[in-house]
Write a protein that binds this ligand. Structure first.
Ligand SMILES: Nc1ncnc2c1ncn2[C@@H]1O[C@H](COP(=O)(O)OP(=O)(O)OP(=O)(O)O)[C@@H](O)[C@H]1O
Length: 461
């Protein structure tokens, strides 16, 4: 069930639209600044969302010198690369509009790398969509980071507003976490995903004018082939420059179940609101339960209300952890992550950690080796060694050996029956493959990245 969304997408926004010449302008504070910027030829300055409010200046009016590597497409070009927005290229639909896969190369624009792209076309329902589109262009056009989805270009033609992003092979986290694709996400993959998203948020918060993302949730976390995560959907983000417009900042926008209590009750929007939403997503990753599940009784309606009291109690914690992990996780890692979620979900924004602290807390969890029934134990038994040998390296084998010896000492006489052994193997195999893949992608001491790159080039991924 889709959570209710309250945003510009369903509220009318009293902000000027670009190219809207009928707009009544009571003041034009930024017009001069924008004209000045447009004439700059050397080092481009940053522009902020407020530069466009109450202004009749459009993005097209100045040379986009402030945007980094952004291409301007015509609507015809986008139609061509998506084969006429064909249903075969359809990726999905959000509040902004429909998303289609396409392919670009330098025959379309000089210097454009050959790559698949995601083309997001604004619904033609007028109103707030322009502001969302503009926020994406202004913010993602100027901020580049490995954990923010890369904006490749845009189209602004008559009423058409379209965004072109790098294509993310594995879609969004929501579909993986809530099992649209089947199979549970392994523990280390979850940690890798949430750490990447945390780094994206940290980067936004550390900007000179901190960017508040405002819509942190699994469907806005996109995943690449190796489960690297990137934040997308900056339509609700604000760069803090709109503070003076109380109508704008006090209006509550976001997605039900993720918004911070002080923002919901008083409209107080700070970077700590994002930290609260981050805590909700971390909780979703630990429990594989949705932030809002309508079928629950009124008392425990939200995930936070239900789970937060159990996060600090090691005995109760086990009760809320995603059962499909089947115990294959680091107990220490789970405890640290749960304690972190607890802090992020504090009612008092001042008690929440900054995203820098969040990143520092999560990073070591990725390297904890106390994974129960983990991949290292699996690959030793007689059957199956050869089949996984190709995907492991020397150091893996060393760890495997140590783990096996440790196990043999602790449980010398309780070997599993033949039937159970087989069951065990089948249960583990999924995690073995995925977590070994993850170690590879992390480039830890367990894996040599050069080998992977050579393999990928061979497969032409
Ligand atoms: N860059 C991308 N690469 C691959 N798939 C994408 C990309 N951007 C969006 N999608 C897919 O397109 C669909 C719609 O995404 P979109 O971001 O518009 O909405 P949403 O985040 O699902 O919902 P909402 O707008 O309510 O937040 C989703 O299935 C998403 O995974």
């Amino acid at each position: 069930m889709k959570p209710i969304k309250f945003s510009w997408k369903n509220l009318c926004l009293p902000i000027s639209c670009i190219n809207n010449t009928n707009q009544k302008t009571t003041k034009t504070p930024s017009k001069e600044r924008l004209l000045l910027l447009s004439r700059q030829t050397s080092v481009p300055s940053k522009v902020y969302l407020s530069d466009f409010s109450n202004s009749t200046i459009s993005l097209n009016d100045f040379s986009n010198s402030f945007l980094i590597d952004i291409h301007i497409f015509t609507y015809e070009e986008l139609k061509m690369i998506t084969q006429g927005f064909s249903k075969y290229n359809y990726l999905g639909e959000g509040g902004f509009g429909e998303v289609y896969k396409g392919f670009v190369d330098d025959s379309l624009k000089t210097g454009l790398k050959a790559q698949p792209v995601a083309v997001k076309a604004l619904k033609q329902d007028g109103g707030q969509g322009h502001r969302e589109w503009l926020a994406e262009v202004i913010i993602l056009g100027q901020l580049k980071h490995p954990h923010l989805v890369n904006l490749i270009g845009y189209c602004c033609e008559d009423d058409q507003r379209v965004l072109v992003y790098e294509y993310m092979e594995r879609g969004n986290l929501e579909d993986h976490l809530f099992q649209k694709y089947g199979g549970a996400l392994p523990w280390l993959t979850r940690v890798k995903i949430i750490l990447g998203a945390a780094k994206g948020l940290e980067f936004l918060h550390k900007e000179e004018k901190p960017v508040i993302y405002r819509d942190f949730k699994p469907s806005n976390i996109l995943l690449s082939w190796d489960f690297s995560s990137k934040l997308s959907d900056f339509g609700l983000a604000t760069d803090g420059s709109e503070e003076e417009d109380s109508n704008f900042t006090k209006r509550v926008m976001g997605t039900e179940g993720y918004a911070a209590p002080e923002y919901l009750s008083a409209g107080d929007l700070t970077t700590m609101s994002d930290v609260f939403s981050f805590g909700v997503v971390l909780l979703e990753l630990l429990t594989a339960r949705k932030a809002v599940e309508k079928y629950r009784s009124q008392r425990g309606r939200t995930l936070v209300e239900w789970a937060r009291p159990m996060l600090k109690d090691p005995n109760k914690l086990e009760e809320i952890i995603d059962p499909s992990l089947e115990g294959r996780y680091s107990v220490e890692g789970i405890r640290k992550a749960a304690a972190l979620a607890y802090q992020c979900l504090s009612q008092n924004p001042k008690s929440r950690p900054t995203m820098t602290t969040v990143v520092k807390t999560l990073e070591p969890i990725l390297h904890l080796k106390d994974i129960q029934n983990g991949p290292f134990v699996y690959i030793v038994p007689v059957a199956g060694v050869n089949e996984v040998h190709d995907i492991i390296c020397k150091d893996d084998v060393k760890v495997v050996k140590e783990e096996t010896e440790k196990e043999a000492k602790v449980f010398p006489r309780h070997l599993p029956s033949r039937r159970n052994r087989r069951k065990h193997k089948a249960m583990r195999s999924r995690a073995v493959h995925s977590d070994t893949t993850l170690y590879k992608s992390l480039g830890t001491s367990l894996y040599s990245p050069a080998k992977e790159i050579a393999q990928r080039n061979k497969k032409n991924i």
